[in-house]
Design a protein around this ligand. Structure first.
Ligand code: GDP
Length: 490
C-alpha cells in the first residue's frame, strides 16, 4: 500500500487533525472539542489512515447500532438461536450484516478505560460494532457518546445473553478457549451465534490466549456476537497477531502513541464530570505558568510506609528538577529568574497525607528559586468504590485534570496513571515500586514511552503452540520497565 500521510494537529484545531468527527452538537458534550485546549499540544503523529478508518467505523456504527433495523434483526436472530421458537419469522439463513463486540466492565476506572480502548481497536480491525454493557448504573453519566448519531451503550433490557458478570475462564462453555478445546476433540466446527472472549489475568495458561494467534482469530471471525471480559490494555497483544499487524502498522505508523490517539478519540468526560474539571482548573490551576501533576497510588501488594513513600516523591521531584528545593531557614528567597513564577502542583491520591506534606513544606519554607508553589488535591476518598457513580465521576475528573499537566509523576503499574499520561501525551516520571519495603534507588524514572503496559500478555508461541515470551516476538513489543511481566509498545 501507499505510504500513509500523517499530520500533527495545529494548536487550537478543535478536531485534533481529523481525529474527532465534526458531526456532534457541541452542548451535548462540552469536553469533546474543549479538553485539548487545556492540554499541551499533541506532538504525536496521526495517520490519515487512522482518520479514514474512524470515519468508516462511525458509518458502520450508525448502520448497525442500537435503534436500527439491522440491530433489531441481529438481536432477534441471537434470541432465536438461543431459544428457537416455531412462531418466529427471523430464522432466515442469510448471513448477519452486522457483527458486534460487547464489552463488560471490570475493575477500576483506569482498567476500564484501557480495556474499552483495546476493545474498540479490535472492533475497528475486525469490522465489529462495539457496545458497552452498562451493568446497571456502572457507567452512569461518566462518558459522552463517542460515535455520532448513535449510542455505544448496549440496551441491557432486551439483550438475550445474561449473567455476563459471572462468565469465567473455566465454567463458560462458550469461551474461545473451551470452544477450541472441544474442536480439538471433535473436528469440524458448527457455526455458533455467540462466543465469549476471556482476557483477564487468569487466561494465561489456557487456550484462551490463542485469541492472540491467527487460528484463534479464525475461530471468532464469522461469529456475529462476541462478549468480552478484560481488565487489560491488550493493544500490544493485537500487534502479536500476524494477520492484524500490517493494518495496525498503517493505523499507527508510530506505535508508541496508540492509546494516546484512541483515548483522545473515545474518552470524553460527560458534562457533569467536565463541570468538575473545568471549575477546578479555573479555580486552582489556570493562573499558574507551570503545572505539575503527581499521582500517588499505593498497592497492598507493594507495601511501603507513608513516610518512605513521601521521601520517594520528594527525592524524585528534587532530583529531576520537577519541584524546587526549599531554603533551610530563610523566610524569603533571594531574587532569581524564577522569582514570581507560579507553579501549581496537583496531587492525586486516595490519601491526603502526601498532599499535606508537600503543601506544608512550601508553606513553612521558601522555594530556592523564589517560585510561588501552590499545592492542591481535589479529593482523598480513602478507598476504592468503583460501583458508585459519584466516586467514578471524581476519579475521571482527576484523571483528566492530571492530563493537563506540563510534567507528570505517576505510580508504577497504575492504570489510572497510564490513562492520564496517555491523554496528556507525556512520558511520565514513574515512581518505581518499593524494594524490600523501602524507597527504591533511583526513586523514579522517565518512562520509555507514553504507552500503557499490558500486564498479562499471552506469552504464547502460536506456530509452536507452546509457551513463549511476548516481549521477544516482534520489534515494537517489549517488556515494561515498571512491570517486567507485562509488555508495551515502543
Ligand atoms: P489502578 O488500580 O491504579 O490500576 O487504577 P484503576 O483506576 O483501575 O482503579 C483504581 C480506582 O480507585 C479508581 O478507578 C478510583 O475509583 C480509585 N482511585 C485510585 N486512585 C485514585 C485517586 O487518586 N483519585 C480518585 N478520585 N480515585 C482514585
Amino acid at each position: 500500500p501507499a505510504r500513509p500521510t500523517a499530520t500533527v494537529p495545529e494548536p487550537g484545531d478543535r478536531l485534533l487533525g481529523g481525529l474527532l468527527s465534526p458531526d456532534f452538537d457541541d452542548g451535548s458534550c462540552l469536553s469533546r472539542y474543549r479538553a485539548a485546549l487545556y492540554r499541551r499540544q499533541s506532538l504525536h503523529i496521526l495517520s490519515s489512515h487512522l482518520v479514514s478508518s474512524l470515519r468508516r467505523y462511525e458509518s458502520l456504527h450508525r448502520l448497525c447500532g442500537p435503534g436500527t433495523s439491522a440491530y433489531a434483526r441481529a438481536v432477534a436472530r441471537l434470541r432465536e438461536s438461543m431459544w428457537p421458537s416455531s412462531s418466529s419469522n427471523t430464522s432466515d439463513s442469510a448471513p448477519s450484516e452486522c457483527k458486534y463486540l460487547i464489552w463488560s466492565p471490570l475493575e477500576g476506572l483506569g482498567n476500564r478505560i484501557l480495556s474499552i480502548a483495546s476493545a474498540f481497536l479490535y472492533a475497528l480491525l475486525t469490522d465489529r460494532v462495539l457496545l458497552l454493557h452498562p451493568h446497571g448504573d456502572d457507567l452512569g453519566d461518566l462518558f459522552c457518546e463517542p460515535f455520532p448519531g448513535s449510542t455505544w451503550v448496549l440496551p441491557e433490557k432486551d439483550f438475550p445473553i445474561g449473567s455476563i458478570d459471572h462468565f469465567n475462564v473455566v465454567g463458560t462453555k462458550e469461551s474461545l478457549g473451551n470452544t477450541l478445546g472441544r474442536r480439538g476433540e471433535q473436528g469440524a466446527p458448527a457455526p455458533v451465534p455467540w462466543m465469549y472472549v476471556h482476557l483477564m489475568h487468569d487466561y494465561k495458561d489456557r487456550l484462551d490466549r490463542r485469541f492472540f494467534c491467527d487460528d484463534g482469530q479464525d475461530a471468532l471471525r464469522g461469529v456475529p456476537w462476541l462478549v468480552l471480559r478484560s481488565d487489560n490494555y491488550f493493544v500490544p497483544g493485537l500487534f502479536l497477531v500476524r494477520r492484524l499487524e500490517p493494518e495496525l502498522t498503517r493505523l499507527f505508523p508510530r506505535r508508541d502513541a496508540a492509546f494516546h490517539h484512541l483515548g483522545r478519540y473515545l474518552i470524553h468526560p460527560s458534562n457533569a464530570v467536565w463541570g468538575m474539571v473545568s471549575r477546578y482548573h479555573g479555580s486552582y490551576l489556570a493562573a499558574a505558568e507551570d503545572r505539575v501533576g503527581i499521582q500517588v497510588r499505593d498497592f497492598y501488594w507493594a507495601p511501603i510506609s507513608r513516610h518512605d513513600r513521601y521521601a520517594q516523591i520528594a527525592s524524585c521531584a528534587h532530583r529531576e528538577n520537577i519541584l524546587p528545593t526549599v531554603l533551610a531557614n530563610s523566610t524569603a528567597a533571594p531574587a532569581s529568574s524564577a522569582a514570581g513564577r507560579r507553579k501549581a502542583v496537583l496531587v492525586v491520591s486516595l490519601h491526603g497525607v502526601y498532599y499535606e506534606k508537600i503543601r506544608d513544606i512550601y508553606y513553612e519554607h521558601g522555594a530556592a528559586g523564589g517560585e510561588a508553589v501552590s499545592v492542591f488535591q481535589p479529593t482523598h476518598l480513602g478507598g476504592q468504590y468503583s460501583g458508585e457513580r459519584q466516586h467514578n465521576q471524581k476519579a475521571l475528573a482527576e484523571i483528566v485534570l492530571l492530563s493537563f499537566s506540563d510534567v507528570v509523576i505517576t505510580s508504577a503499574v497504575s492504570t489510572f496513571g497510564y490513562v492520564s499520561q496517555g491523554l496528556a501525551g507525556l512520558r511520565p516520571w514513574v515512581l518505581m515500586g518499593p524494594v524490600g519495603g523501602k524507597t527504591p534507588d533511583p526513586p523514579c524514572r522517565l518512562a520509555a514511552t507514553i504507552e500503557p503496559c499490558f500486564h498479562t500478555p499471552p506469552n504464547y508461541d502460536c506456530p509452536a503452540r507452546t509457551g513463549g515470551d511476548s516481549g521477544r516476538m516482534v520489534r515494537h513489543v517489549r517488556r515494561c520497565e515498571d512491570f517486567p511481566e507485562g509488555v508495551q509498545l515502543v
